[in-house]
Design a binder for this molecule. Structure first.
Ligand SMILES: Nc1nc2c(c(=O)[nH]1)N[C@H]1C(S)=C(S)[C@@H](COP(=O)(O)OP(=O)(O)OC[C@H]3O[C@@H](n4cnc5c(=O)[nH]c(N)nc54)[C@H](O)[C@@H]3O)O[C@H]1N2
Ligand SMILES: Nc1nc2c(c(=O)[nH]1)N[C@H]1C(S)=C(S)[C@@H](COP(=O)(O)OP(=O)(O)OC[C@H]3O[C@@H](n4cnc5c(=O)[nH]c(N)nc54)[C@H](O)[C@@H]3O)O[C@H]1N2
Ligand code: SF4
Ligand SMILES: [Mo]
Length: 734
């Protein structure tokens, strides 16, 4: 797929950063004389990443030059066939049609879905959000509520420690629950070469604890690996907390001074004796006790959960118990501690040793008509309900704008998703490929890709707001100009330019905020865009890094300089006088869920003896790369990984087709042995498969696990995240 490299054309090598995933690896890209990217590799001169990158990054140029990449925007004709349309004309038509729909049906007639790429591109996130704000659009959905939505609900119920947590590089212990950072390159171990960082940390004594039903690439390195039944995390976490309390390992001074609800928590976890946890989760009682002692005795450390822990039915309480665990151990930075990385491109702020009080979990306006049971909450509107909301007879949604996401692959229940997308009056997709989703869109606005635009490490830095295990552990920042030209003869715009262009045509003025994710307790600097003279992409980046620790201009002037360790050190300051806010470990809203959990495994279904669990594969990123041969070579598909003894019991061999059936749907997949799984599990990666209207071929296109997921039953409170892991399935040879 790489364009024929003409040996006559000189190659130049440019420094930039990969923007496929949140690792944002610094890479070197070879660009030919025509500006085409032809090869990429890790940047060994970068002192933070030390050359780390992955196969997806290696093929980043292919993603830019693939034949399947759109060179023009598309409009769907009355015959359903897409035809190219000039970008300016596409914006004229989309602005006119959205304007007409909004005029006739009001601001609830247009919904927006923001996928993973939305957040990875700071210019896109800021300008598109400003556009939504200017139109006062309320119906905003994101991939966040089908990812780790318990993080936001739990943080709201618990409150925040404003000085933050210790980072991995300075910690003595680290606990990972349902996350596999050595493959996801996210979520738990610093992403700049996680394996090497983990090794270094262990060499200086860090004790890694992993809680995962699979002996993952990460779990293999753990000092303690608890391999519980999926969906039993609340038991394990409650058991850990109980043991810490019984062993007298609670940081009593911290709790006395800063924490409410301790007695409520103590009573709630009291039933979770090691024996009782062993029963529910099937983990060794001794290992549980050891994990509790290692975690609580460490001076510095943190526990963090990932997608597995959020998709298996108990997202809110699981994330809440993770916060409680950190809090009762007092695993937070204290007055006088040096802040390992105060920031580079995020907004300047202080780090006082004090709590920010809990804030509302729900009560954010009226619920969706299709889901009165899910009051809009702090995690955002439930994406699992968006298809039903579009299809509901009383729904006002007429139009959907999808930005950097792929609903047909990513949303649970692709059949329903398809019906919903077809029912729309107008579907606009900002998307560089003709994905299953884009195929159903009325307009596909084709963007330039990241190598063709300036970029910086802001999105990744800003992730510290999501979990103490995310963001940079060092004072690191990178800027890169555009390094490649868009394909010859193409007519593309940067993502954000489409929103600027729509705003201009709709007579809106745009007010952009700094950062990509808001920083709690720190006001967001804002700037009005000049709506007469279109700003440059670099000017947008300056605005989204307004009032940053280090002005972006400094990174631009000296691109070699990426570490800022010699900047004045930042320390945790004394709490403000009269600061009275306290963290809450006794939230009734969250602990109610533990009571519900105690009632037994309410997801079990008779006749469905296996559990499907989620996982990520190294060479694809959600749906990205599933159409690039070099990235799918290893398995050719997303196999159904199972324990070899389970395969043998079903008389199956590697490569055989199996049929998975859930109470909701079924699919065919390619069986693959994985001795690292518990028995009774099948572990599959998401975002594969084809349009459900087309003939599925498990060996070629893979299978969309969303077919097995119900968006009606077993959805979590607040976020509506369905049971996407620990899902009961029946398995038989196909
Ligand atoms: N069954 C099941 N379902 C899941 C999950 C699971 O574990 N199991 N995981 C869930 C999770 S965690 C997530 S985050 C979601 C992912 O949900 P989505 O974000 O909806 O899916 P992606 O495939 O990441 O979509 C990214 C899209 O952005 C496009 N893109 C690439 N570069 C650019 C660019 O520069 N500009 C624009 N505008 N677009 C670009 C890609 O082509 C791709 O289509 O899936 C969720 N769905
Ligand atoms: N290579 C690659 N990297 C990616 C992505 C990708 O698709 N490919 N996707 C990106 C995205 S969108 C995200 S959100 C992050 C996610 O990053 P992670 O959250 O680290 O995702 P996974 O690697 O799937 O790890 C989830 C783990 O949870 C375990 N698990 C499943 N069910 C349970 C359970 O009930 N309890 C417990 N304790 N564990 C369970 C699984 O076995 C698996 O090892 O990764 C990002 N990085
Ligand atoms: S896809 Fe690979 S190279 Fe690109 S940022 Fe992620 S880990 Fe790094
Ligand atoms: Mo995700």
């Amino acid at each position: 797929m790489t364009p024929e490299q003409d040996p006559a054309l000189p190659i130049s090598t440019k420094k930039t950063l990969c923007r496929i995933c949140t690792a944002n690896c610094p890479i070197l890209v070879d660009v030919d004389e025509k500006g085409r990217p032809v090869a990429a590799r890790g940047d060994k001169s970068n002192p933070h990443s030390e050359g780390f990158f992955c196969l997806k990054g290696k093929h980043y140029p292919d993603i830019h030059t693939a034949d399947s990449r759109l060179r023009h925007s598309l409009v769907r004709g009355d015959d359903g066939v897409h035809a190219p349309i000039e970008a300016e004309r596409a914006m004229d038509e989309v602005a006119a049609r959205l304007g007409a729909i909004l005029d006739e049906h009001g601001r609830e007639s247009v919904a927006v879905y923001m996928g993973t790429l939305f957040y990875q591109l700071p210019q896109t996130a800021s300008v598109a959000t400003a556009w939504m704000d200017a139109l006062r659009l309320r119906l905003r959905f994101s991939s966040g509520t089908i990812d780790q939505p318990g993080k936001q609900t739990a943080a709201a119920a618990h409150g925040l420690w404003l000085a933050g947590s210790y980072v991995f590089d300075e910690s003595d212990t680290w606990m990972l629950i349902g996350t596999n950072p050595l493959v996801a390159i996210s979520g738990g171990v610093p992403h700049a070469n996680p394996a090497r960082r983990l090794k270094r940390a262990q060499d200086r004594g860090l004790q890694l604890i992993v809680i995962d039903p699979r002996r993952t690439e990460t779990a293999r390195h753990a000092a303690i690996h608890l391999q519980p039944r999926p969906g039993s995390d609340p038991a394990v976490l409650a058991g850990l907390i109980r043991e810490i309390i019984h062993a007298g390992l609670v940081d009593e001074a911290f709790v006395r001074e800063h924490v409410d609800g301790f007695e409520t928590l103590r009573v709630a976890v009291e039933p979770y004796t090691p024996e009782r946890v062993a029963e529910r989760a099937d983990v060794e009682p001794d290992a549980l006790v050891r994990a509790a002692h290692v975690f609580a005795r460490a001076k510095k450390g943190a526990a963090t959960a990932g997608t597995g822990a959020n998709m298996s039915g108990w997202s809110n309480v699981t994330e809440y118990l993770v916060l409680c665990l950190n809090t009762i151990c007092g695993h937070y930075r204290r007055e006088g501690d040096r802040v390992a990385n105060p920031g580079v491109l995020t907004t300047r702020r202080t780090f006082p040793a004090q709590a920010m009080a809990p804030y509302p979990v729900d009560g954010f306006g009226k619920p969706l008509v299709s889901r009165p049971d899910l009051p809009p909450a702090v995690c955002g509107l439930p994406t699992s309900a968006l298809a039903d909301e579009i299809l509901h007879p009383e729904s006002r949604i007429k139009a959907l704008v999808t930005i950097g996401g792929n609903p047909m692959r990513a949303w649970p229940d692709p059949k329903r998703t398809r019906r919903a997308l077809e029912a729309l009056e107008l579907h606009v997709c900002v998307e560089p490929r003709l994905t299953d989703t884009a195929r159903l869109a009325d307009y596909v606005l084709a963007p330039k890709l990241p190598l063709e635009t300036p970029g910086c490490s802001l999105s990744t830095e800003n992730l510290f707001t999501v979990s103490p295990a995310l963001g940079y552990t060092e004072r690191y920042g990178q800027y890169a100009p555009a390094v490649a030209e868009p394909p010859e003869g193409s007519d593309l715009r940067e993502d954000w330019q489409y929103f600027y262009g729509l705003a201009k045509r709709m007579g809106l003025s745009l007010d952009v905020g700094a950062g990509v994710f808001p920083i709690m307790g720190c006001p967001t600097p804002r700037s009005l865009l000049d709506m007469q003279h279109e700003p440059t992409s670099d000017e947008i980046l300056d605005l989204v890094t307004k009032d940053a620790w280090i002005p972006l201009e400094r990174l631009r002037r000296d691109p070699e300089r990426v570490l800022f360790e010699d900047e004045p050190a930042v320390f945790v300051t004394r709490a403000a006088p009269l600061a009275a806010a306290r963290l809450d470990v006794g939230s009734a809203l969250m602990l109610d869920e533990l009571r519900d959990f105690a009632g037994g495994d309410r997801f079990a279904r008779e006749g469905y003896d296996y559990r499907l669990i989620s996982r990520r594969m190294p060479n694809t990123f959600n749906s990205v790369g599933t159409d690039i041969d070099a990235l799918t070579k290893r398995y050719g598909t997303n196999p159904a990984f199972m324990h070899p003894d389970d395969l043998a019991a079903l008389d199956l061999e590697r490569g055989d087709l199996v049929r998975l059936r859930s109470p909701h749907g079924e699919l065919e997949a390619v069986a693959w042995p994985d001795p690292d799984l518990r028995r009774g599990l099948v572990s599959m990666c998401h975002c594969w498969g084809a349009d459900p209207e087309d003939e599925a071929d498990a060996r070629k296109t893979g299978a969309n696990t969303g077919l097995l997921i119900s968006v009606e039953e077993d959805c979590a409170r607040f976020s509506g995240i369905p049971l996407m892991s620990a899902l009961p399935v029946h398995i038989a040879p196909a």
